[in-house]
Design a protein around this ligand. Structure first.
Ligand code: NAD
Length: 481
């Protein structure tokens, strides 16, 4: 039998395997996903460092050749998007429309966007005003490990691999143990695109594999997306090993502030989509909504009506008209249902909509709305990472800025108003990496994305990401002799 090339490229000499299940029905998808162990990680890092050697094909590639490679890879992602989405969907549960297509679109867009940067990020020069001519070169770091979560497995690859490779690094992807299938398929596309061996590798595994990469002495950087707890652990491992560079994209509990003068339908549309896309399992989902007094009742009524209208698009993610699938797995389902029932039992707020599990099989949860929540309550303060929102009333601008900022998170916020001066004022006052005005829970390729406070460290996307994958080297040329 002739094996497909990617099957012989996986590191499978370890004896541990992960099992993955379909969250739409609870059935086993595979119990054969390899966990890369110490030997595997060492081998991948060794091969990556060889691929990064100064005289390697990768380092000798011209800008145009590297651009063509990234663009070809983007084309391959596009051509294979339905297959890639399906491989994610059978373990994540998100339907192709709107989430599957959009997360793959993010990955494709990242490779195209960063291909355009390849010949435009060389560095700077400064004149020999003092007799010394100065060159500042943006040099690649070396081996970059991308450790990604399950909720946007391919988008995360685009956000990390594209800028890493555009700046000349070599990249090792460690997908989440919950959604590993698409990443294994990516290996095949890497070969088809023609990346030199060792430039773009995939190591499946769980947290232990991630920890091996984060603590490896020959890995120069780890770009991590995931929970705050793991992000902190990754930073400790990085510091305790070789002080490798770290980018952290962590959690959020993003506030949306809706003023009395907001365009009501627009505010409802953005907020409801933010909660229902990928069943609320999005780091920058608007899950803490504040509405000014006069608009509050109408907003709440409209928000709930919009959720009710979506009730018939929740279901089997394989069906064409379904837009909202299950949450990722049983542990996530149990955690979210536990938070909902404790909030109800402890009177943490008024349950206005949802709150129940749906269907006989799989891990479906109704979009759930709590209003009038207690400020210190878990449902109000903590990231739930599911289809659960808290909606509260506010009185005036100074009060709402303080409340919006009273959080350990700072990933995204949104302000909904038709008063441009107020919108700009609030955008300065809120403490978050991204602020949407009359929109929320969205990103742009050309702009930095990332969080303040415990939502993260560093930025992805835009030119800022290039900075985090390069080290400036200053070359001083003495002309005075
Ligand atoms: P997680 O922290 O459990 O896992 C993320 C990744 O880290 C996985 O690949 C996992 O195998 C790996 N890992 C686990 N332990 C490790 C260790 N000790 N060392 C190194 N790697 C380790 O997160 P998750 O449950 O997969 O994802 C959900 C979280 O991700 C949420 O908090 C969400 O807000 C966050 N998230 C943030 C962003 C962002 O851009 N800010 C985007 C998506 C998700």
């Amino acid at each position: 039998m002739e094996l497909e090339p990617h099957l012989t490229k996986l590191f499978i000499n370890n004896e541990s395997y992960i099992s993955v299940y379909n969250p739409a029905n609870g059935q086993l998808v595979s119990n054969q996903i390899p966990i890369a162990g110490e030997q595997d990680v060492d081998e991948a890092v060794r091969i990556a460092n060889e691929a990064f050697a100064i005289d390697s094909p990768w380092r000798r590639m011209t800008n145009i050749e590297r651009q063509m490679l990234l663009l070809k890879f983007a084309d391959l992602l596009e051509a294979n998007q339905e297959r890639l989405a399906q491989l994610t969907r059978v373990t994540l549960g998100a339907p192709f429309h709107p989430f599957g297509r959009s997360e793959i679109g993010t990955a494709i867009g990242c490779f195209r966007y960063y291909a355009g940067w390849i010949d435009k990020y060389g560095g700077q020069t400064f004149p020999a005003d003092d007799g010394v001519y100065k060159i500042v070169r943006n040099e690649p770091l070396g081996v970059v490990a991308g450790i990604v979560p399950w909720n946007g497995p391919l988008a995360s690859v685009g956000l990390k691999a594209a800028p890493a490779l555009a700046t000349g690094n070599v990249f090792i992807l460690k997908p989440s143990e919950k959604t590993p299938l698409m990443a294994a398929e990516l290996g095949k596309l890497v070969l088809e695109a023609g990346f030199p061996p060792g430039v773009f590798q995939v190591l499946t595994g769980d947290g232990s594999t991630g920890a091996l990469l984060a603590s490896h002495m020959q890995v120069a950087k780890v770009s991590f997306t995931g929970s705050i707890t793991t992000g902190k652990a990754v930073q400790v491992l990085a510091a305790k090993s070789n002080l490798k560079r770290v980018t952290l994209e962590l959690g959020g509990k993003s506030p949306a502030i809706v003023f009395d003068d907001a365009h009501l339908e627009n505010a409802i549309k953005w907020n409801v989509n933010a909660l229902t896309t990928n069943s609320g399992q999005i780091c920058f989902a608007a899950t803490r909504v504040y509405v000014q007094e006069k608009l509050y009742d109408r907003f709440l009524e409209g928000y709930i009506a919009a959720l009710r209208a979506k009730a018939n698009v929740i279901g089997d993610p394989e069906l064409k008209d379904v837009e909202i699938g299950p949450v990722v797995d049983k542990s996530q389902f149990d955690r979210i249902m536990g938070i909902i029932s404790r909030a109800r039992d402890n009177n943490e707020g008024a349950l206005c909509y949802g709150g129940k599990a749906l269907g006989e099989k799989g891990y479906f949860i109704e979009p759930t709305v709590f209003s009038d929540t207690i400020d210190g309550a878990t449902i109000y303060k903590e990231e739930i990472f599911g289809p659960v929102v808290v909606i509260n009333k506010f009185h005036d601008e100074s009060e709402i800025i303080a409340r919006a900022n009273d959080s350990k998170y700072g990933l995204m916020s949104g302000v909904f108003t038709q008063d441009i001066q107020r919108a700009i004022r609030i955008s300065s006052a809120v403490d978050s990496g991204v602020v949407g005005i009359n929109c929320i829970s969205t990103i742009s390729f050309s702009c930095p994305f990332g969080g303040t406070k415990e939502s993260g460290l560093g930025r992805e996307m835009g030119e800022h990401a290039l900075r985090s994958y390069t080290e400036p080297k200053t070359v001083l040329i003495n002309l005075n002799y």
